[in-house]
Design a protein around this ligand. Structure first.
Ligand SMILES: CCCCCCC[C@@H](O)CC(=O)SCCNC(=O)CCNC(=O)[C@H](O)C(C)(C)COP(=O)(O)OP(=O)(O)OC[C@H]1O[C@@H](n2cnc3c(N)ncnc32)[C@H](O)[C@@H]1OP(=O)(O)O
Length: 895
């Protein structure tokens, strides 16, 4: 049941990058729901055309041209047109994809500028308006590339992940003013994916599936949801959150070493008993304070030493960085002590030398990655590990944050990390060894007041780490991330003594030294660590809710299912963009329940109306591999084609036209005598067939059928009746096949009903054969026993075996099943062009078992048009026929 109408009337909604793609889909959504839409784009032409479309459809919209990095100028245009902004959707984006090895500073900086600075600049400009009117909704657009990492997108991953924390911080600061902010992780087709994805996948990933969730989050009367992350696409809607392993509290005495950390690392990563820490929860730290005194000394694991190894530590002049440097020194490392302060760097170098290591200072900003790495190379000849630790704080409430405060924090943390990683990357790649540890923060996970800049930079580092890990693993360059907590010079004045004692920076160092050692084989992982405690973090995703893929759900219906979107009861843990995509792609091709009333035609007789409104109960179809082999043989597969005829063959499976078999039990039992007059089964011929294969075909199992009468046409002397059957996997409910079957019943016309059928797209396409000679022709003789074999797959119509029955139908001999001829043609197409995802044919002439079928084919884009003739009589058998090739036929080369 849908929830009450969500109210968007007169909300001023500013959407960045709305000249195309998802942004434009939002614009249409809000325009249709009575909002005042402000369409931002860098292109006036694109913005204006989106505006025109909305106005034409009866909505209100204005363009606001300009770069998102000039937020105030864009917002001024919105205010000029509509007085304020209620909803801001930070959607604009660009891509500069390339391997990290080849990434230029310009490519990194451009992405950070548009996605991060753009979101900052736009939000900063609307913030005072939202505070003043005590209403604001901000949506930030993250990406699977950000939350899971993605090859060739180190820059984009960083920026997108950064926006998750930006939303959290904004939500905390906006709460008092009824301002919420959420991040979405959309999976949708865009101008970019259009070039790399097949058409049906693009259709399934329509951007129209994203707007309903954004609608729920921004409606005047929607649920109050703030600081959360939602992953969605293709009609699937879910929420993401961080989950933490129970972790280990190591005793922080002298037995707390990198080797002790290694000894129990499995437990650090063990999610059997997981937790979901609440931001700012005081129990978090008191748990560690209470546990420490009674812990036994730590058992030691494999020896970890750094003799002959060089470790670069940025920001090592004080705090955590200094303690790392000193700890590495005790393990015999060469340490490059980077700091902006020469005095601090020199002092730590002296301490490193005294502690058993060798130190060298690299006095410069963390952004000077090349200079820092050069210092290490000059002093020690090589570099083996990099710990990116340098950071600054420029805490300020977002309303008072200056551009410089934003820029400085992003630069030191994110750009500094990028520049140092970039500088060590070729060295690590060449020596086929490298360990990188980057530093995020709990505030990247939980958000924090006054740290929109810092939280964003730190979250960006998590996304950056994930992509680097993917790109580095082949060369044994492992990249991990920590969110440490420790007492600082600042907390020294406010924390009680026992906290200062428990959360010393020294109590993070052994974890760091383990993570950069050869003994650590993890990559792309992320940990919280403080006071001897360490625990891995991973994504947890709700089971989510999937709506039919063929049309976008309404925001009301989505809101009515909000508990399913957000319930973590049966959660999953996608660890990569690929894993995340599986559940989304499972929703491809799912269709809405048909609205039977809409299929009623005014000319339908009462009998037809009744039949349409009261479809028969579908029947289950259970089958085994034997049935698959029997079907394949029935349509001419040969014993030598083992994948079709031998259950132990490596790629054993059903030929795609097997899809007509499971539904037959349901469509053939429809009582046609109750629908058309003078029904005589001997006068029934199969007229047309359309089959769409939605999912992989199981080689055995139970499928369910949902049949319905779609139309019954009066063709004068004859009637034609079309049934549609959806066939699903009984266990999963996943749609596997959709069949449209038309039977032509001679002598049953003249009842005065609808004469012309409705357009059902590919199922009714004319598929006229081109004038040119066929691109390919395959000829194959059917067996005299073909119908006798084929009927064992379920169509026991006596027309195909019983001469007397055939004679009543007007035939000299039993004729071949139409679907058998279609199966032959399907094989001919597969063998010529590869597998297909749908097939449509019209049966235009009968075939007698033993006759030779000639399949003529014309390739037109991703379709193959075809027709089949009977060679002996030069008579047409199948016409108006076509298939859609899987992946445009590219699979053929892989077969
Ligand atoms: C799986 C789900 C359940 C399916 C149950 C199937 C059970 C099976 O056991 C049965 C079979 O397999 S039978 C064997 C396969 N079928 C055949 O051999 C039929 C061959 N076709 C014919 O003989 C003629 O085309 C014929 C007789 C069909 C039509 O020829 P004509 O009477 O000459 O028709 P025509 O004058 O050309 O056109 C009249 C109107 O009908 C439409 N039409 C024509 N062929 C059609 C066809 N094959 N399917 C659907 N509609 C068809 C025409 O468009 C025309 O419509 P309109 O008047 O609006 O222009």
């Amino acid at each position: 049941m849908a929830s009450p109408a969500l109210d968007f009337k007169d909300l001023v909604v500013l959407i960045t990058g709305a000249g195309g793609g998802i942004g434009k889909a939002y614009a249409h959504f809000y325009g249709a729901r009575g909002a005042k839409v402000v369409i931002n784009d860098v292109s006036l032409e694109a913005a204006q055309s989106a505006v025109d479309e909305i106005v034409k459809a009866g909505g209100q919209a204005v363009p606001a041209v300009g770069s998102v990095t000039e937020g105030q100028a864009v917002v001024d245009q919105a205010v000029k047109a509509y007085g304020t902004v209620h909803v801001l959707i930070n959607n604009a984006g660009i891509l500069r994809d390339t391997s990290f090895k080849k990434m230029t500073d310009a490519q990194f900086d451009a992405i950070v500028a548009v996605h991060l600075k753009g979101a900052y600049s736009m939000t900063k400009a609307v913030w005072p308006l939202m505070r003043q009117q005590k209403f604001g909704r901000v949506i930030n657009t993250a990406s699977p590339a950000g939350v899971y990492g993605n090859l060739g997108q180190a820059n984009y991953s960083a920026a997108k992940m950064g926006l998750t924390a930006f939303s959290k911080s904004l939500s905390m600061e906006g709460a008092k003013y009824n301002i919420t902010s959420n991040a979405i992780v959309p999976v949708a087709a865009s101008a970019m994916t259009a070039t790399v994805m097949p058409e049906d996948v693009l259709r399934s990933l329509s951007p129209d599936h994203i707007a309903p969730l954004v609608g729920v989050l921004t409606a005047k009367n929607g649920p109050k949801v703030a600081g959360r992350i939602f992953e969605l696409g293709a009609g699937f809607y879910s929420e993401l959150r961080w989950e933490r392993a129970e972790g280990v509290i190591y005793k922080t005495d002298s037995s707390f070493t990198a080797s002790a950390v290694a000894a129990r690392w499995g437990q650090v990563m063990d999610f059997t008993r997981n937790t979901h820490p609440v931001p700012g929860n005081p129990e978090e730290m008191s748990r560690v304070i209470e546990a420490q005194p009674s812990l036994p000394p730590n058992a030691q694991g494999p020896k970890i030493d750094y003799k002959g190894k060089t470790v670069i530590i940025t920001g090592a002049g004080a705090g955590l960085g200094r303690t790392y440097a000193l700890y590495y020194a005790t393990l015999g490392a060469n340490v490059v002590v980077n700091d902006v302060s020469k005095a601090n760097a020199d002092a730590v170098v002296a301490e490193v030398n005294a502690a058993g290591g060798k130190g060298v200072a690299a006095v410069c900003s963390a952004e000077e990655g090349d200079a820092i790495v050069k210092a290490g190379l000059d002093a020690f000849g090589s570099v083996h590990a990099l710990v990116c630790n340098a950071g600054i704080l420029r805490d300020k409430a977002f309303v008072n944050m200056t551009e410089a405060m934003w820029d400085d924090v992003i630069k030191v943390h994110l750009r500094g990390t990028y520049r140092c990683c970039k500088a060590v990357w070729p060295i690590f790649q060449a020596q086929k060894f490298g360990r990188i540890l980057v530093t995020a923060s709990p505030n990247a996970v939980y958000g924090a007041h006054g740290q929109a800049n810092y939280g964003t930079a730190k979250a960006a580092i998590i996304g950056f780490c994930k992509t680097l890990a993917i790109e580095g693993s082949r060369a044994n360059v492992l990249v991990n991330c920590i969110a440490p907590r420790a007492g600082t010079a600042m907390t020294a004045t406010v924390w009680p003594k026992e906290m200062l004692e428990t959360f010393k920076p020294e109590f993070v160092a052994p974890v760091v030294a383990f993570l950069t050692s050869p003994e650590c084989t993890e990559t792309g992982t992320f940990y919280e660590t403080f006071g001897g405690f360490a625990a891995q973090m991973r994504w947890e995703r709700t089971q989510g809710v999937a709506f039919p893929n063929d049309k976008p759900v309404s925001p009301e219906e989505l809101a009515a299912n909000w508990d399913k979107v957000t319930s973590f009861k049966q959660s999953t843990h996608p660890a990569s963009a690929g894993e995340s995509f599986i559940q989304i792609s499972e929703n491809f091709g799912t269709t809405s329940k048909p609205n039977r009333e809409s299929e009623i035609n005014e000319k339908d007789t009462e009998e037809i109306k009744h039949a349409k409104r009261n479809p028969p109960q579908g029947q289950d179809f259970t089958y085994t591999q034997r049935d698959v082999m029997l079907y394949n043989l029935g349509i001419g597969a040969h014993a030598t084609e083992l994948n079709n005829t031998y259950e132990n063959a490596e790629s054993f499976g059903a030929l795609p036209t097997f899809g007509v078999v499971p539904q037959f039990i349901s469509s053939s039992t429809i009582d046609l005598g109750k629908i058309v007059p003078n029904f005589n089964p001997a006068k029934l011929l199969h007229g047309e067939q359309y089959l769409k294969i939605h999912g992989p075909i199981p080689t055995e199992g139970t499928l369910t059928n949902e049949p319905r009468i779609f139309e019954a046409l009066d063709k004068g002397k004859a009637a034609s009746v079309t049934t549609i059957v959806e066939t699903r996997d009984k266990a999963t409910g996943k749609l596997i096949f959709e069949n449209h079957s038309t039977v032509f019943i001679r002598g049953s016309g003249g009842f005065g009903g609808q004469q012309k059928g409705d357009d059902r797209g590919a199922a009714t396409a004319a598929n006229a054969a081109p004038k040119r000679a066929p691109d390919a022709v395959v000829e194959e003789k059917t067996s005299e026993d073909q119908a006798a074999i084929y009927r064992l797959s379920g169509d026991y119509n006596p027309l195909h075996i019983d001469p007397q029955f055939a004679a009543i139908g007007g035939f000299k001999k039993p004729i071949l099943h139409g679907l058998c001829s279609m199966g032959f043609a399907g094989r001919h197409i597969i063998n010529t062009y590869g597998p297909f995802s749908d097939i449509k044919v019209r049966f235009v002439g009968t075939v007698v078992p033993g006759e030779t079928l000639v399949t003529e084919m014309w390739k037109e884009g991703d379709k193959v048009l075809f027709q089949v003739k009977v060679k002996e009589r030069d008579a047409p058998a199948l016409a108006n026929a076509a298939v859609t090739l899987v992946n445009g036929g590219q699979l053929k080369s892989k077969l």
